[in-house]
Design a protein around this ligand. Structure first.
Ligand code: ZN
Length: 74
């Protein structure tokens, strides 16, 4: 299930919720002040998965050692 990031416009807190896509824009309450003046930020789903791919990018599909031209120097 995707993780969505929300921003509370009352206390300026950012928090994340794991929700189904259908609930992404459903109303929620701030986990800090319980306010409902919440704005959804861009989904972290793609960002976090590509971030993991980057940190685990010791090799690419073109080699197994992480040292081909596709990998670049590390
Ligand atoms: Zn808040």
């Amino acid at each position: 299930m995707p993780i969505y990031e929300y921003h509370c416009q009352d206390c300026q807190a950012d928090f994340e919720l794991i929700r189904s896509m259908g609930e992404a824009d459903a109303e929620t309450a701030c986990s800090h002040c319980q306010g409902t003046n919440i704005k959804r930020k861009l989904s972290l789903f793609n960002a976090s998965s590509s971030g993991r791919a980057l940190t685990g990018n010791s090799s690419c599909s073109g080699c197994s050692g992480g040292s081909c031209s596709t990998c670049g120097p590390h």
